[in-house]
Design a binder for this molecule. Structure first.
Ligand code: UDP
Ligand code: MG
Length: 137
């Protein structure tokens, strides 16, 4: 089976009208969108999604931020898509993310207790299957 990744355009990306630009970069690279939905996630869903970060100082601000408005969830498919999407997204911190990446080109630091960095992509095949189950059942 072709590899799949779970993408989220986070509330800051939706608020700033960047959904199309962000998804367009994945499509332009040649990956395929195979499922798509918009929703405002509840706390219980986010606590599952970010279970690995429970107890860290940014966990509560992260959950509050992700509940603050609609997000776009997508399943993206292609050979080595997980690694490919994370290359296109760039590293977590938008201030130092390289130009040419989504976070580097479109993101910045807003001085908040959580990095509002526009986009999420799964970090391994195991995470992807787990996350796709959470967001798309
Ligand atoms: N995050 C943060 N501060 C940190 C680490 C993470 O605000 O020191 C937030 C940020 O929004 C990040 C998310 O928590 O995207 C999940 O963290 P992770 O390390 O999994 O980063 P990612 O995989 O999104 O690059
Ligand atoms: Mg992560």
């Amino acid at each position: 089976m072709t590899e799949r990744s779970l993408v989220l355009v986070k509330p800051d990306g939706v608020e700033r009208n960047l959904v199309g630009q962000i998804l367009a970069r994945f499509e332009a690279k040649g990956y395929r969108l195979v499922d798509l939905r918009m929703l405002t996630p509840e706390r219980s869903l986010l606590e599952q999604h970010y279970a690995e970060h429970q107890g860290k100082p940014f966990f509560e601000p992260l959950v509050e931020f992700m509940m603050s408005g609609p997000v776009v969830a997508a399943v993206v498919e292609g050979h080595r898509v997980i690694e490919g999407l994370r290359t296109i997204m760039g590293p977590s911190e938008p201030t130092t993310a390289p130009g040419g990446t989504i976070r580097g080109d479109l993101g910045r630091d807003w001085g908040a207790s959580v990095q509002k960095n526009l986009v999420h992509g799964s970090d391994s095949p195991e995470s992807a299957e787990r996350e796709i189950g959470i967001w798309f059942g």
